[in-house]
Design a binder for this molecule. Sequence first.
Ligand SMILES: [Zn+2]
Length: 213
Amino acid sequence: MNIILFGPPGAGKGTQAQHIVKNYNYFQISTGDLLRNEIKQKTNLGKNIEEIISKGDFVSNDIVNILLKQSISNLKFKDKIIFDGYPRNLLQAENLKKNLFEFNQSIGAIVFLNVSRDIIEKRIIGRIICEKCNMTLNEYLDHKEIELHACGKEFLKKRKDDNFKIATSRYDTYMQKTKPVLDFYSNSAEFHQIDGSLEIQVIKGKIEQILKV
Ligand SMILES: [Zn+2]
């Protein structure tokens, strides 16, 4: 089944996507990758895209749509696509549905890895790093791991600058922009919300359950 994966920065979307790609032979498709790939192949469209981007302009929905269609029509990818960072708006959501339908496919699952702003903040502010082995832990979230850390607690030091403002504003922007799309999908039977503050393994398990259906 094709999947759409949503999740704000810091929710662990990348980790989960990688897991699905590796273990279930999926193909992760993001608009950024599609654009970069087309530019690399030096097609006419690629040259056109390069020009648009170099001017600092946004690539139109139509162009994204053409590239998306190329992927969806590729039999190698059939029913094995993870859409990452797409759709970003309602128009794209409609386009996606139409394109999939045209090639006899659909979206089997829409997964929203949700994390509260509070958790995102704690993840950033609480980050500590071991000066001996470079392991990153979190003073709010990893109590057990800190107690048991082999190098000894004295090596665990707080990191000074973790770009708190940048991270929280990226989170806010994502949530704000994605809300209409999430609202659009949230009533469908294929919509699944997963608590992104759970352990990575637990989230993996929940996603595997969804894939099995
Ligand atoms: Zn250590």
